[in-house]
Write a protein that binds this ligand. Structure first.
Ligand code: 13P
Length: 248
């Protein structure tokens, strides 16, 4: 059985105290959750959150890391530093980093290697823009993002990867993919994974949906056979909304 996961991506929001307060509420309200809960916070909050989450159901993730382990890279954070903090996860390939920081599939492939070498688990994000969907190239585009970012990895490392399909047109727009669109893409992703790694590995790989996921649509999205949970932006900043998505 593959793992059901709900991860919150705080992006560049919340000061430290707000983050601590939100994290404490999430911990308190999700001790009985059946889904795995992850919160992904700005770098400078991570040490405090790791301490808070120790021994709880809630895991902490970073939103990015560098592709080298150490060196002269002013302003960057290495995956070794994240692992040293006790972090379990790092998000890589978020569309905002692809768009605003020019992160390419080949750079992301290097970041994946660096993160995995430090025993971090990776939430690898990808998804098409509205133009790509309108041009009906979304399935091919996602295939390419997976192939170029991931397919250099050996089969036995795929257990440390969570996939996150986030259509760019649905992120922060209030427009969600329909459950049909989500299921269609997730089926495609699992097929692509099956072709490369075989059905057992593909069946065990969690594929999350992200993009305007809310308490009102989470249940419908998560009830799709190949949607194994969600990566939540805006709604993860409000404890009641995030918890209701976790329990949807
Ligand atoms: P929203 O839930 O705000 O659309 O953001 C999704 C996302 O980008 C999560 O990584």
């Amino acid at each position: 059985m593959r793992q059901q996961i709900v991860a919150g991506n705080w992006k560049m929001n919340l000061n430290l105290q707000e983050g601590i307060d939100l994290c404490k509420t999430i911990i308190a309200l999700t001790s009985d959750a059946t889904r795995k809960v992850i919160i992904s916070a700005p770098y400078i909050h991570l040490a405090s959150l790791v301490t808070l989450c120790k021994g709880t159901n809630v895991k902490v993730a970073a939103q990015n890391c560098h592709h080298e382990i150490s060196g002269a890279f002013t302003g960057e954070i290495s995956p070794a530093m994240l692992a040293d903090l006790g972090l379990e996860y790092v998000i890589l390939g978020h569309s905002e980093r692809r768009a605003f920081n020019a992160e390419t599939n080949s750079l992301l492939a290097k970041k994946l290697d660096a993160a995995l070498s430090q025993n971090l688990k990776v939430i690898y994000c990808f998804g098409e823009t509205l133009e790509e969907r309108k041009a009906n190239s979304h399935l091919d585009l996602v295939t390419q993002q997976i192939t170029e970012g991931l397919f250099h990895l050996e089969a036995d490392t795929i257990k440390n990867i969570v996939l996150a399909y986030e259509p760019v047109w649905a992120i922060g727009t209030g427009e969600t993919a329909t459950s049909f669109q989500a299921q269609e893409m997730h089926t495609h992703i699992r097929k692509v994974m099956t072709a490369k790694y075989g059905s057992e590995i593909a069946e065990n790989c969690s594929i999350l949906y992200g993009g305007s996921c809310k308490p009102t649509n989470a249940k419908e999205l998560f009830s799709q056979t190949d949607v194994d949970g969600g990566l939540i932006g805006g709604a993860s900043l409000k404890a009641t909304d995030f918890v209701s998505i976790i329990k949807a």
